[in-house]
Design a protein around this ligand. Sequence first.
Ligand SMILES: C[S@@+](CC[C@H](N)C(=O)[O-])C[C@H]1O[C@@H](n2cnc3c(N)ncnc32)[C@H](O)[C@@H]1O
Length: 224
Amino acid sequence: MSVLSEHWNDILSVAVNTPLEEPMKAEGFLRSWNSAAENMHMIVKGLEICKPVNCIELGTFEGIGLVTIANTLKRILPSSFFLTIDAGFPFDINTTPPTFFDWEKDEHWKGWGDVLSARNERVSRGYGSCKVVYKEGLARDILPIELPKMEWWDFCFHDTVHVYERIMEEWPTLKAYSKIGSLIVFDDVKADSEIKNHFEEKEPDWYMKYTETGHEQLWAERVR
Ligand SMILES: C[S@@+](CC[C@H](N)C(=O)[O-])C[C@H]1O[C@@H](n2cnc3c(N)ncnc32)[C@H](O)[C@@H]1O
């Protein structure tokens, strides 16, 4: 029996909108780029159940997910590794290669400086038995370099751009380094989205659950 099928109700039961300890620093609309508290509580519960030692976060942003995950791993495991990746700066996802915005001059991106300083501090804070490594760049470029060093991953929080074509630039590499029991959580997934359809129709080795709680998430566990 898979962890997800056995424990999904336990994971859902903690999805309450109580604030996380870490204060948000991002201003204005950037605040909504942070994960929903309900979903972070679910992730903490999922980590407590699965006890993954090799973890990944795609999309660090200001580092609230990073702190929550790293502190949980530190609390529950004598030793763990946690790779968190971010493009670093806001960019236009529709151009190839991506065009980075001049956030310092662009009023629209007011607040990105706070994101940077918060992220830098949270990445370098130190998490005891959980070794945190932050890599800057596009996930599709960083994963093929870092995953061979990790050899496998058993938990991944996928929270970059929530666009199917962009996710598919990363998913084949992630899948290649998964193992039975690997658990991935995709954030911001709509009920009729292509990524949900993809898992339902094309990933028979992955058992999935979907929730409209918080930001709406797809959880998938490799079962064979
Ligand atoms: C929704 S925020 C992440 C929030 C964070 N996971 C948390 O829990 O608070 C998305 C982040 O993904 C980053 N990003 C977007 N596309 C990316 C890509 N292709 N590769 C790496 N990072 C990316 C953005 O720079 C942004 O900081």
